[in-house]
Design a protein around this ligand. Structure first.
Ligand SMILES: Nc1nc2c(ncn2[C@@H]2O[C@H](COP(=O)(O)OP(=O)(O)OP(=O)(O)O)[C@@H](O)[C@H]2O)c(=O)[nH]1
Ligand SMILES: [Mg+2]
Length: 227
C-alpha cells in the first residue's frame, strides 16, 4: 500500500478536564468549535497531515480524558508518544498549577526524550484571565518546554502550536538521521513509508532550542502569534 506521508508523529494531549483539549484538537482537525462541554471518555485520536519543509507530516493526535478516573487508561498511551501537549486554561489557575502533576505523569510513563509543549488555551477570555502569559512562559522555560497560547474558540494560535511541536519532533529525528548518515537514508523512527510501530525508541540527543521561531515568537509580547 502506498504511503501518502513522509513522517508519522504520535502526539498526546493531556491536562485537566475542561481546559479545552478536545476543542483545540477539533479546531486543528476540522476547523470548528462547540461551546458545549462533553467530557472525553477514555481516549480518542484524530489525524491531520501538515507540510513541513516540503515534507508531508502526518500527525496522529491522541486526545485524552482529563478526568482522574481515566488516568490508568490514558497514561498507558504516553509510552509511544513522540510529543506531548500539556494544556491548561488561562482562566483557571488550578489547571495551571496542576501542570506539575501532569509533568510527573510524563516522567513516570513517557519516553524521557519526548518533546513537550505547554499550551495555554482560552486566551480569548481576556477579562477572565487568571494566568499571565509571563507566568506560562517562565514555567515552560523552567521545565524545558515550548510555550504557546491559543484559543480553540477563535482558532488563534492552534495551528501554530501543532506546527511547532511537529517541527521540534522532526528536528530531533532529522538530527538523529544525520548522525547515523550512511545507513539506509530512511527517516528512522519517523514512520516513513511505514509508521506502524508505536513502540520504537527514538529521539536521541539534545535539541538546540532557538530563541525565536516558537509560536510565542521567542519574545514576550506575542500571544497566539502567527508564525
Ligand atoms: N471561551 C473558550 N471556551 C473554550 C475554549 N476551548 C474550550 N472551551 C470550552 O471549554 C469547555 C471544555 O472544553 P473541552 O474541549 O471539552 O475540554 P477537555 O479538556 O477536552 O475536557 P475533558 O475531555 O474532560 O478532559 C467547552 O465548553 C468548550 O466549549 C476556548 O478557547 N475559549
Ligand atoms: Mg475532551
Amino acid at each position: 500500500m502506498s504511503k501518502n506521508y513522509d513522517y508519522l508523529f504520535k502526539i498526546v494531549m493531556i491536562g485537566d478536564s475542561a481546559v479545552g483539549k478536545t476543542s483545540v484538537l477539533t479546531r486543528f482537525a476540522n476547523n470548528n468549535f462547540s461551546q458545549s462541554f462533553i467530557a472525553t471518555i477514555g481516549i480518542d485520536f484524530t489525524m491531520r497531515t501538515i507540510e513541513l519543509d516540503g515534507k508531508k507530516v502526518k500527525l496522529q493526535v491522541w486526545d485524552t480524558a482529563g478526568q482522574e478516573r481515566f488516568r490508568t487508561i490514558t497514561t498507558a498511551y504516553y509510552r509511544g508518544a513522540m510529543g506531548i501537549v500539556l494544556v491548561y486554561d488561562v482562566t483557571d489557575a488550578e489547571s495551571f498549577d496542576n501542570i506539575r502533576t501532569w509533568i510527573s505523569n510524563i516522567d513516570q510513563h513517557a519516553s524521557s526524550d519526548v518533546e513537550k509543549l505547554l499550551l495555554a488555551n482560552k486566551c480569548d477570555l481576556v477579562d477572565e484571565r487568571a494566568v499571565s502569559v509571563e507566568r506560562g512562559e517562565k514555567f515552560a522555560a523552567d521545565n524545558q518546554m515550548r510555550f504557546c497560547e491559543c484559543s480553540a474558540k477563535t482558532g488563534q494560535g492552534v495551528q501554530e502550536a501543532f506546527t511547532q511541536i511537529a517541527r521540534d519532533i522532526k528536528a530531533k529525528l532529522d538530527r538523529r538521521n544525520d548522525e547515523s548518515a550512511g545507513a539506509s537514508g530512511v527517516a528512522a523512527g519517523a514512520g516513513r513509508g511505514g509508521g506502524n510501530s508505536s513502540k520504537r525508541r527514538f529521539l536521541i540527543g539534545r535539541l538546540r532550542r532557538p530563541g525565536g521561531g516558537g509560536c510565542n515568537g521567542g519574545g514576550h509580547k506575542i500571544k497566539c502569534s502567527l508564525l
